[in-house]
Design a protein around this ligand. Sequence first.
Ligand code: HEC
Length: 154
Amino acid sequence: MRRIPLQLGLAMAGVTFLSLIVAVSVALAADPAPKPVAGISNVMNAVNHTEHGLFGMIKGFCDKGGGDASLWKLMRHRAQIVAESGNTLMAQSPPRGADDEAGTKKWKQHCADFRDAGKKLSKALALKKADKASAAIKLVEAQCEACHKDHKSN
Ligand code: HEC
């Protein structure tokens, strides 16, 4: 039996190894985006609700003039999740007003505007001044209303 020369053997091993890496990369790239768990009404009730949601907790805190530093920090964590929920909403379809391309574009823009208002709220909370935070809260609320006007069912 003829033996395979060492150099050829090494080259073959190298090619096999490279093909393996390529195959794994292709498999990983083909991995689909994770399926969303939370729907629109989960976000509205748990994150946005003006009483029970994270946004409502921030609003209540600012309405009573704020609190100690650790609470201001907690409110910022909450505002970051309010902002993040704009991204979560982007993957959803609303019950009204997004049946065609223009409508979908409008929905995504509302989601992005809401996310950006949430980010501004987070920045305002870093100042630990209730009046500045309340002004940022009003901007978030304007986004709630703008989106509801176009996409909420009732
Ligand atoms: C990007 C669009 C959008 C933004 C921004 C938005 N909402 Fe909504 N909201 C909706 C839609 C769409 C529904 C209706 C959901 C449905 O019927 O399935 C809804 C429903 C609701 C509901 C009713 C939920 C229920 O269980 O019936 C509440 C309360 C609510 N929103 C509060 C808010 C508040 C407060 C804000 C701002 C802090 C806000 N929303 C921001 C789109 C939005």
